[in-house]
Design a protein around this ligand. Structure first.
Ligand code: DON
Length: 584
């Protein structure tokens, strides 16, 4: 990273003079850095010269930055953040889930790690259907049968083995400290725990630390997680065997046997993360987007959308304009139609990646696009998009002092996953099996439909929408970006990317900009209130679009390399995360 300290001092002086209003992220976290302290202009996120971590919980961002200050690289920091989030952000941070990691090293080498869950050996194509052949959502979304074999712990060891520099024990220790000594609850996290209390009691026999039987959780309450601390200690001492074999594995299987679960000791022992070839797409010559291929749909769908948009003058259209929203929604609709039919785990299904990304094919897909009118999805059976606000995933972005970058998205699927705790081990299990297509055309909890490509098979990975990306500009690191949000992840990442690249916004502005989402089925544009309540609603309705309000779409944690070489980090104002920077 370049140094512009005189410039920075000038900005600090300007900042003090103007006494501008300081939001939660307009100055660098002072505890995390040495001098000089850097202030930014309004509408920028956190600024630092050397390193940045942005994630869903300030304590986990701090863990990541401390690892970098100890000499760790971005991969070390990402691993430490993952374990810390498993403690302080239990609704999505996890040991019992999975995810994807996109890595770009300082020399430009890129790689992607798939640590997605797998279907257990006893899984079956029809396992969530009743005797009439209807999909039973409760079976794939709650309780023990909803869980895939967790991939997160193996994923962290795999990333460390290939790219880590500090010992794994050092990277796990901060999470152990947080679990044992406790941490204070943030307001939204306390609220989520209270909202899920009834489910925690319904699906668990044993007492659990996350359930406050006496009263409601509130902001500032101290939460200690001793069983989770012990599980992390076993992982620290025995490596991934501390999770996939021995005591922890026995506790997971015992938990399965309390009800209808099917994950076996053999499933756990056999779990393997996979390094996969990144999906790389150029956008307007200058930009290269490095993303995740199947079993995530994110990279292919995002690349399709960027290619379909490449020939339009987006900047001239304006980000709030009805024509822009219409165009982007139409492109989203077309990409999601392909997602439903063609995408699934490549180890089990032949995904036509080259064909899906061919320029000619995408041009043809846009040939029926009308500037003035929506193209109906109505010829195909509609999904039922009944998304609850409780869904949850988490994304984090890391850039280290050498310029290595990690973009990682991880999840239990729904908020707190299957709601089932592994008794004695202190962590929650995922309900990722719901991301499979339980039956062709039957919508999952995100209203997404699928077919044979994403049917359940033993050992197969369920299709994901997680879209961690790293972007290059003129061959240098430009942006690290990702979000939670189920199916809206892909459209959130697309829109924040376009807001920066086409609409020339700062990262903070690009992230705070209102978002919208179309996923082919159901045939509607989901919009945040600013759009839904704005003039665009009537204008888009006239173009035959149906709009539906969503309070919040996605929660971005991202890092941007500015033209002067400095890093801008930003954690979405829709949530309570934080970007923390480091300036040597
Ligand atoms: O992999 C997927 O696409 C989903 N399991 C992600 C779930 C999610 O993002 C929930 N979000 N907020």
């Amino acid at each position: 990273m370049k140094y512009y300290k005189n410039y920075l001092l000038f900005v600090v002086a300007l900042f003090c003079l103007t006494q501008c209003k300081v939001s939660k992220q307009t100055i660098v976290e002072t505890t995390a850095i040495a001098t000089p302290q850097i202030a930014t202009v309004l509408n920028e996120g956190t600024i630092a010269t050397d390193a940045m971590v942005s994630c869903a919980h300030p304590l986990a961002s701090k863990v990541g930055i401390e690892i970098i200050k100890q000499g760790g690289n971005a991969i070390d920091a990402a691993i430490a953040v993952h374990f810390a989030l498993a403690v302080v952000y239990p609704s999505a941070g996890n040991l019992g889930g999975g995810g994807f990691m996109v890595i770009r090293l300082k020399d430009g080498t890129t790689n992607t790690l798939d640590y997605r869950e797998t279907a257990p050996t006893l899984a079956d194509k029809d396992m969530y259907l009743n005797s009439e052949g209807d999909a039973i959502a409760e079976l794939s979304q709650y309780n023990r049968l909803a869980s895939g074999v967790p991939g997160s712990v193996a994923g962290m060891f795999e990333a460390h083995q290939k790219y880590g520099s500090l010992p794994m024990e050092t990277l796990i220790q901060p999470a152990i400290d947080l679990a044992q000594k406790g941490f204070q609850l943030l307001p939204i996290e306390a609220k989520k725990l209270n909202e899920n209390k009834a489910d925690f009691i319904k699906y668990n026999e044993a007492n659990n630390y996350l359930v406050n039987k006496e009263k409601e959780w509130k902001e500032g309450d101290l939460m200690k997680l001793p069983d989770l601390g012990n599980t992390l200690l076993r992982i620290q001492q025995k490596g991934k065997k501390g999770f996939y074999e021995g005591e922890t594995a026995n506790l997971i299987v015992a938990e399965m046997k309390r009800d209808n679960g099917i994950i076996s000791l053999a499933d756990l022992k056999q779990y393997q993360p996979v390094w996969r070839k990144p999906i790389v797409t150029n956008y307007k010559n200058d930009y290269k987007v490095i993303s995740m291929g199947p079993p995530s749909s994110g990279g292919i769908a995002l690349s399709q959308m960027l290619k379909m948009l490449a020939n339009f003058s987006l900047n001239e259209m304006g980000v709030d304009n009805k024509n822009y929203i219409h165009l982007v929604a139409e492109v989203e609709r077309r990409a999601f139609a392909d997602r439903a039919t063609h995408l699934g785990d490549m180890d089990y299904w032949n995904v036509p990646i080259t064909e899906l990304l061919e320029d000619e094919y995408l041009k043809e897909k846009m040939s029926d696009f009308l500037l003035s009118t929506a193209s109906p999805s109505s010829s195909i059976k509609a999904g039922n998009f009944s998304v609850k606000e409780s869904e949850e995933t988490t994304h984090f972005s890391v850039v280290d002092a050498a310029g290595n970058a990690v973009s990682s998205t991880t999840t239990l699927n729904a908020s707190f996953g299957s709601k089932v705790f592994v008794t004695g081990a202190g962590f929650l299990l995922n309900n990722e099996m719901d991301d499979f297509s339980a039956k062709p055309g039957a919508p999952n909890m995100y209203g997404l439909v699928g077919a044979a490509a994403n049917a359940i098979e033993p050992g197969k990975r369920m299709l994901s929408s997680m879209t961690p990306i790293v972007v290059e500009k003129n061959d240098g690191l430009f942006m690290v970006l990702g979000s939670p949000g189920g199916s809206t992840i892909i459209t959130t990442v697309l829109q924040v990317f376009l807001n920066v690249v086409a609409h020339k916004m700062t990262l903070k502005e690009a992230t705070d900009q209102a978002r919208f989402h179309h996923q082919w089925l159901p045939d509607k544009i989901y919009c945040e209130p600013e759009i839904f309540n704005g003039p665009q609603n009537a204008e888009l309705s006239k173009m035959q679009h149906q709009l539906e309000k969503r309070e919040s779409i996605g929660r971005v944690d991202a890092i941007l390399v500015k033209p002067n070489g400095m890093l801008e980090g930003y954690s979405d104002s829709r949530a309570e995360g934080k970007a923390i920077g480091y300036t040597k």
